[in-house]
Design a protein around this ligand. Structure first.
Ligand code: TRP
Length: 344
């Protein structure tokens, strides 16, 4: 793809740039897919998209090396299978572009201890991993700020759990720009129209998550069709037995959201389709629609995950282009801070 330098003026208005990243944990859930990934795919024509696997962030929690490697490879293959197209977008591993770690260090020195201490994710994770409250867990947000600011991104699609980090990114960027001169574009959050939050099928007041105690609460993108059908058939609903969207109907609302995401039908159309029919029928229909939606993704995944040469060529090409953009920002930063350049 053509990389448009955001500082050059084009005769046609250049596309706005989007940056987003996710961590390469193993086993992507239907919630991850409908809540984030599926949206990424749909942004690729309208925006200049830069996507990364945030593997540097992943080691803030201890990883077993072989597992970590396997998860990163699987996540990369799966995201390609979901439809990230390296002809249109960049899609690389954060650890393959050294500028991320380099800028993160500089930004650490422009981020206050007090600011990082207020991050709710840090507080939550320190409770959860009380035996390993490492400095990386604490400075996680300045690495995330580096990810975004390196690319001069206009927009960052993030879930509710990351809005505080994005706000901090804006503050760090504004502070740096004010101390020196305009260096970073101040990024805005980008809210997705659909699929914001998919809930557990067993406790629809909680987000769908791998850590759900009940295995039937969470669907994985690579689940076998029979497992998907079983989980939907056991989904928690309510006693009203009428498919409509409403208060106190978290289970049905969630199933309607899922069905809407995979079929493109709106609530009204779904209510009409299932009027006078029971929840059993509805749950089967949602299950079948999800199975059909995931089938081509699973087929592509099976092919890509075996083809290491293909995966490697995709991430190399993207990392090289990404590094060129990132290094431009990084050298500006180094110069403004006052580092002595190697070549005078
Ligand atoms: N912290 C994000 C998460 O865990 C992942 C992430 C890393 C990210 N860098 C980013 C998201 C930059 C958006 C932009 O979900």
């Amino acid at each position: 793809m053509e990389i448009t330098n955001p500082t050059t003026t084009n005769s046609e208005a250049p596309k706005k740039r989007i940056f987003s990243a996710i961590q390469p944990s193993g086993n992507i859930t239907l919630g991850n897919y409908l809540g984030a990934l599926k949206n990424w795919i749909s942004l690729q024509d309208e925006f200049d998209c830069i996507f990364a696997l945030a593997d540097l962030h992943t080691i803030t929690v201890r990883q077993e090396p072989a597992q970590f490697r396997k998860h990163a490879l699987e996540a990369y293959a799966l995201l390609l299978a979901c439809g990230i197209d390296v002809k249109k977008s960049l899609f690389f591993l954060q650890s393959h572009v050294p500028a991320h770690a380099q800028l993160a260090w500089v930004l650490d020195c422009y981020t206050q201890f007090g600011e990082l201490s207020r991050m709710t994710q840090f507080k939550d994770k320190s409770k959860k991993h009380a035996d390993n409250i490492n400095a990386g867990l604490f400075t996680y947000p300045s690495l995330m700020a580096a990810d975004i600011l390196l690319y001069q991104a206009d927009l960052v699609p993030v879930g509710a759990d990351q809005t505080q980090h994005l706000e901090l990114t804006r503050n760090i960027a504004t502070r740096f720009n004010g101390l020196y001169s305009p260096t970073f574009k101040i990024p805005e959050g980008y809210t997705m129209k659909q699929g914001g939050k998919i809930m557990s099928l067993q406790d629809p007041t909680k987000k769908m998550s791998k850590s759900d105690e009940n295995v039937n609460g969470c669907i994985y993108v690579l689940d076998k069709p029979e497992d998907i059908m079983r989980k939907f058939k056991r989904a928690i609903t309510d006693s009203e037995a009428c498919v409509h969207y409403g208060e106190g109907k978290d289970g049905i609302n969630n199933l309607m959201d899922i069905y809407s995401c995979v079929t493109g039908k709106n609530y009204q159309e779904i209510e009409a389709e299932f009027s006078g029919r029971g929840y059993g029928d509805f749950k089967t229909a949602v299950g079948e629609a999800v199975v059909e939606h995931l089938r081509p993704i699973q087929e592509r995944y099976a092919k890509y995950s075996k083809d290491k040469a293909f995966l490697q060529s995709c991430w190399n090409e993207s990392a090289e282009k990404a590094a060129r953009i990132a290094n431009r920002t990084l050298s500006k930063v180094m110069r403004k801070v006052g580092f002595l350049p190697r070549e005078l």
